[in-house]
Design a protein around this ligand. Structure first.
Ligand code: B12
Length: 234
C-alpha cells in the first residue's frame, strides 16, 4: 500500500456516492466565524528546521493561498489564521469557529488529516482547498465537508453565498483559470508578521514548461497569467 493509499484507508469516514450532490448542510447566515489553518510541515530540507534554530524567527514564508481566500471572504465574516509551523491548534480555537478552512500541499498531509478529523470530531464544518486538494480531491472528500479544486478567485463569492444559505456543495471542481489581475491583495494583516523570515507576493500563475516532477501545469495551466506591475502591494 502506498503512503497516499494509507492516507485514505486510515479514514474512518465514508465517501459520499456522488460528491457533487447537495448535502444537508445547515445555513450559517452572513456572520460566519472562520478559522484558517495552515498545517504543519514534516521536517525536511524545505522546512528549514536547522536554520530556524539559528535565527530569531519561527518560519520562512506565509500561507499565501489562505491569505488570498481571506481577501475573497465576505466582509461580514470574522477570520482568524493559525500557522501550525509555530502555533498550537487548541480545541478552543476549533470550537470558536463555525467553519474550519484548511489549505496545504501533499507534503502536509498528516497534519491536514489530523486537523480535519479533529474539527469534525468537535462538530465543526470543514473546507479544504489548495495544491493537495486540487491534485487529489478524492483523498480528501472523506475527511472534509467541502473540497475546492482549482482557483476559486472569481467564484468564491458564490461559494460563500452557498455556505451562508445552506446549499454548499461537497465538491467545487473549478476548471476556469481566473484573471489574477482582478484577485485582491492577500490579507497580510491576519499574519503574526514578525514570525516570518520573508514575505511572499504572487505575480504569476501557470507555467509554459512541462517538467514531469511538477504539479504546477496540472493545477494552474501552461499559460502564465500575471498581475500588473505596481499591483503587488496595493
Ligand atoms: C512558495 C512555494 C513554496 C514555499 C513554501 C511557502 C509557503 N509557506 O507557502 C517553499 C519554497 C518553502 C516550498 C517548498 C515546497 N514545495 Co512548494 N510551492 C510554492 C509555490 C511556488 C507557490 C505557493 C503559493 O504561495 N501560491 C500562491 C497561492 C495564492 O496559490 P494557492 O496556494 O494555490 O492558492 C489558490 C488555490 O489553490 C486556492 N486555495 C488555496 N488554499 C485554499 C484553501 C481553501 C479553503 C480554499 C477554498 C481554496 C484554497 O485558492 C487560491 C487562489 O486561487 C507553489 C507553486 C505555485 N506556483 O503555486 C509550489 C508548490 C505548492 N510546492 C510544491 C512542493 C511539492 C513543495 C515541496 C514538497 C518541494 C520538495 N520536493 O521539497 C516543498 C515542501 C515544503 C516543506 N517544508 O517540506 C508543489 C505542491 C504539489 C502538491 N500537489 O501538493 C507546488 C504546487 C509546486 C510543484 N512543484 O508542483 N514551496
Amino acid at each position: 500500500m502506498s503512503q497516499l493509499g494509507d492516507f485514505q484507508k486510515q479514514s474512518p469516514l465514508e465517501v459520499a456516492d456522488d460528491p457533487s450532490e447537495l448535502q444537508n448542510f445547515p445555513p450559517f447566515g452572513s456572520a460566519l466565524k472562520v478559522l484558517m489553518v495552515w498545517p504543519r510541515f514534516p521536517s525536511s530540507f524545505w522546512s528549514f528546521d536547522g536554520i530556524m534554530n539559528l535565527v530569531p524567527i519561527e518560519t520562512d514564508q506565509p500561507p499565501l493561498g489562505l491569505l488570498t481566500i481571506a481577501a475573497l471572504c465576505p466582509k461580514s465574516w470574522t477570520l482568524r489564521l493559525i500557522d501550525r509551523s509555530f502555533e498550537d491548534l487548541l480545541d478552543a480555537d476549533i470550537l470558536w469557529a463555525d467553519l474550519v478552512m484548511v489549505s496545504g500541499m501533499r507534503v502536509q498531509k498528516d497534519d491536514i488529516r489530523e486537523t480535519l478529523l479533529r474539527a469534525r470530531a468537535l462538530g465543526r464544518r470543514t473546507m479544504i482547498g489548495g495544491p493537495f486538494a486540487s491534485s487529489e480531491p478524492e483523498l480528501l472528500l472523506s475527511l472534509a465537508d467541502h473540497v475546492v479544486v482549482g482557483e476559486p478567485d472569481e467564484i468564491f463569492p458564490e461559494i460563500a453565498a452557498d455556505i451562508g444559505r445552506g446549499s454548499a456543495k461537497r465538491l467545487y471542481d473549478i476548471k476556469d483559470r481566473p484573471d489574477i489581475s482582478k484577485t485582491p491583495l492577500p490579507r497580510f494583516d491576519l499574519l503574526k508578521i514578525e514570525k516570518y523570515a520573508s514575505m511572499a507576493v504572487q505575480f504569476s500563475r501557470g507555467c509554459p514548461f512541462q517538467c514531469e516532477f511538477c504539479d504546477i501545469i496540472t493545477i494552474y495551466g501552461r499559460k502564465p497569467r500575471t498581475k500588473r506591475p505596481g499591483q503587488l502591494l496595493a
